[in-house]
Design a protein around this ligand. Structure first.
Ligand code: SF4
Length: 332
């Protein structure tokens, strides 16, 4: 059971996909917690397991394919892996909300914004029609939508991408969730709108003291938004630390690679050339025997190709790498 300050505690989560080509360990023993009012970033390239982690928390995995094989997801004292679908539906969209990258795939094109925003209020509250409309206008105003009464009667295709994402945020905020899971919420937006949407999430978070799990591949977004950062690679956590440590004192070679591949400015103000990490994330059915990052790692040693590194507790972070063998305490 997490302590009072901890809203979400994910404990040794293992989510596997069972396919005709064998078992894919999409999430393989992930541990982290999210405290009240804090933002935790789940970071990595696509295929690292971050979205499967969030879908496991939301209970939105495709049931015929994926299964939580082990571990617990404790939300406010309730183990989400151990409750009925009905109980989970009662929590989802109410106490835990989620926003996705592309609002057009989440908003239904044939219903007006007002109709779509009424749904969670119908499901989770006893408000009458008028109270619902009042709450919807209030929330559309809160997320900075101009002419909220007009937007109430509009369809998603009549709004810009930025406005649609604001509607998605209002949908997520309707029932005052304790936890927001935001999966690449700004990737599909242009840079100016991206900054506005991030600012909006931050503002709402500060005002309501909600907790946020932010899934992103973008370390610029992490620097803006997060308190704690979890770097994932091939279904496992490879480094976990507070945001300052990740940027100032990264320890894992993958984290260092991600930091080098983010766009930056030189002192002269010119854009610096990016160094990208060579190669790509291994296919889940072709995982290397030793460290999964070894084929891409500039520090790889012989041992790295044959033995899996454990997670080491270092002074300011945990990191999964043989380089810490003489420096850290093995935790598992
Ligand atoms: Fe690189 Fe070896 Fe560390 Fe893996 S264990 S990240 S291959 S140095």
């Amino acid at each position: 059971m997490p302590n009072g300050d901890v809203v979400l505690k994910v404990n040794n989560l293992k989510t596997y996909f069972h396919t005709s080509r064998g078992t894919i360990k999409a999430v393989d023993g992930v541990d982290f917690e999210v405290k009240k009012g804090k933002t935790v970033g789940l970071v990595g390239e696509s295929g690292c397991g971050k979205s499967v982690t969030s879908l496991s928390i939301m209970g939105l995995l495709p049931k015929h394919l994926a299964k939580i094989e082990d571990g617990g997801i404790n939300f406010n004292g309730v183990d989400l892996t151990n409750i009925s679908d009905r109980e989970l539906r009662g929590i989802r969209g109410n106490e835990i909300s989620m926003i996705f990258q592309e609002p057009m795939t989440s908003l239904n094109p044939v219903f007006t914004i007002g109709q779509q925003l009424s749904e969670p209020l119908k499901q989770h509250t006893k408000m009458n029609k008028l109270e619902k409309k009042k709450r919807i206008i209030e929330i559309l105003t809160l997320v900075g939508i101009p002419r909220p009464e007009g937007v109430y009667s509009q369809y998603p295709h009549q709004l810009s991408g930025g406005m649609r994402q604001r509607v998605m945020i209002s949908l997520a905020m309707l029932c005052n969730p304790k936890l927001l899971i935001a999966d690449e919420p700004t990737t599909a937006l242009d840079v100016t709108i991206q900054a506005q949407i991030l600012e909006l999430i931050k503002e709402i978070k500060d005002r309501t003291n909600m907790s946020v799990v932010l899934i992103t591949h973008d370390l610029g977004v992490v620097a803006e938004m997060c308190d704690e950062v979890i770097i994932m690679y091939a279904g496992k956590i490879v480094e976990k630390a507070d945001v300052k440590t990740i940027f100032n004192l990264p320890k894992h070679p993958y984290t260092k690679g991600l930091l080098k591949s983010r766009p930056g400015m030189s002192q002269s103000g010119r854009k610096q050339k990016l160094e990208s990490i060579p190669g790509s994330v291994p296919r889940p059915d072709e995982m290397p025997i030793g460290c999964t990052f070894a084929p891409r790692c500039p520090f790889a040693m012989e041992k790295c190709f044959s033995e899996k590194p454990p997670l080491y507790q270092l002074e300011k972070q945990v990191s999964r790498c043989w380089l810490h063998e003489n420096e850290g305490k093995e935790i598992f």
